[in-house]
Write a protein that binds this ligand. Structure first.
Ligand code: NAI
Length: 397
């Protein structure tokens, strides 16, 4: 079967399942190359099938020898034209590799927002996972959420607040650079975005896990945030997503209260900008990335999700180099926020136009490769192999 890369706008439609597998193996090799570290042993990752959640899972399994439960929302193959989603194959590749090392790697592919999902995971922890987890990672990114109590579905909007934002964006489908206008969100859109991408579901998970008594004494729960800089403030930090992230900050306090009697802790981790399915469709953000990555690659500080998450857990959370801000958030994004990096990024972005945005002045090549890697294309070490749709359908997550 031939796998074709197919991009619409900045959304990948085509996937290469075998390339996805190779990409997971490459990330495992990266972690193994760094050796082992002391960390948690029983981990639940909500949003485990791609980018930050997957990278976290790989670092913890292959770095600390953790058994993991991953929850994600992915689709399997139907026919040669519809091969399902990359995350489906990432889950399979991860489980196979982890099981080879004797680790438990349980995948739940279902809507993490529902009460039923939470109950199923809790039952599994109680009955088959040793009874308790010592780390809960919340790494969900979604455009929609159905409130499990009211049944109402909310859609998130990536929009500005107050004034429209006008700026450059890129389109990877036709390799163009164009001006985009981002409208301000309505009050309803703001509220819905907070409902989807804010901290409510994280808190619901922690409440359910605590009530079921499946958290260890000293349990940690992490949630990935992004604050960004003045270069993306108008459409990120100062936009609807920024408010959703602020809601996560607020929920941290509630979760810390909830976990106080078992010495638990809720930790916001302000992560760096990386190329993911979610970030590629944030308006203007790819332009920021192709400037930022160029500067950071030149300085030797550019990171992919696996590099970033491995550093976060190995060196910061379970190591001796954590850096917190004044409100207690962990700040691995300090390499991105470095003042010289930001000044150079700004200078570079201001020079960009239709002619040069994909030249070697920028890191368009890095961004495009990382984007392609997400769906199993341009993967280092990939060797073309033959596979049938029946063989793909026979794979189990
Ligand atoms: P992603 O799109 O690569 O992964 C999202 C994960 O959520 C996938 O595993 C997906 O299956 C899962 N998911 C989505 N809806 C679900 C549902 N209803 N039920 C179960 N699973 C579901 O996203 P990415 O970029 O890794 O984002 C993860 C977190 O990291 C988000 O909170 C994001 O805001 C944050 N972050 C991302 C940054 C970036 O530059 N990409 C920077 C800093 C933070």
């Amino acid at each position: 079967m031939e796998f074709k890369q197919n991009i619409r706008g900045n959304v990948a439609l085509g996937i290469n399942p075998l390339g996805c597998k190779q990409e997971v193996l490459n990330q495992i090799d990266y972690v193994k190359g760094k050796g082992t570290y002391e960390g948690p042993k029983k981990v639940l990752i909500i949003g485990a099938s791609s980018s930050y959640g997957l990278a976290t899972r790989i670092s913890l399994a292959f770095g600390t020898g953790a058994d993991t439960i991953g929850v994600s929302f992915e689709k399997g193959p139907k026919n040669e034209k519809n091969l399902g989603t990359a995350g489906w194959y990432n889950n399979i590749a991860f489980r196979e590799a982890a099981e080879k090392e004797g680790l438990i790697a349980k995948n739940f592919v279902q809507d993490a927002f529902s009460h039923e999902s939470k109950q199923e995971v809790i039952d599994y922890i109680k009955n088959e996972f040793g009874g308790k987890v010592d780390l809960v990672v919340y790494s969900l990114a979604s455009g929609r959420r159905t409130d499990p109590t009211t049944g109402e579905t909310y859609t998130s909007s990536i929009k500005a607040i107050g004034e429209p934002v006008v700026g450059p964006n890129i389109n990877m489908q036709n390799q163009s650079y164009y001006t985009e206008t981002l409208d301000p969100a309505t009050d309803q859109e703001i509220a819905s975005t907070v409902k989807v991408m804010g901290g409510e579901d994280w808190e619901l998970w922690m409440k359910a896990l605590k009530e079921a008594d499946v958290l260890t004494d000293g349990v940690l729960t992490t949630n990935y945030s992004y604050l960004g800089t003045e270069l993306n403030h108008d459409y990120y930090g100062g936009g609807t997503l920024g408010l959703a992230k602020a809601d996560c900050d607020e929920k941290t306090n509630n979760i810390n209260e909830l976990l106080a009697d078992i010495n638990g802790k809720a930790q916001i981790v302000v992560a760096t900008a990386v190329t993911t399915k979610a970030s590629s469709v944030i308006p203007f953000f790819p332009v920021y990335c192709i400037g930022l990555y160029k500067v950071m690659a030149d300085k030797g500080t550019h990171e992919t999700p696996i590099m970033h998450q491995d550093r976060i857990y190995r060196e910061m959370i379970y190591g001796n180099k954590p850096e917190y801000d004044e409100v207690g958030r962990l700040r691995p994004d300090n390499w991105e926020l470095d003042s010289d990096t930001q000044a150079k990024t700004k200078e570079l972005i201001l020079k960009l136009n239709e002619e040069n945005f994909n030249s070697n002045l920028t890191a368009y090549d890095i961004f495009y490769k990382e984007f392609s890697n997400l769906s199993g294309f341009m993967v280092d070490g990939y060797v073309e192999q033959d596979v049938t749709i029946e063989e793909l359908k026979a794979l189990h997550y």
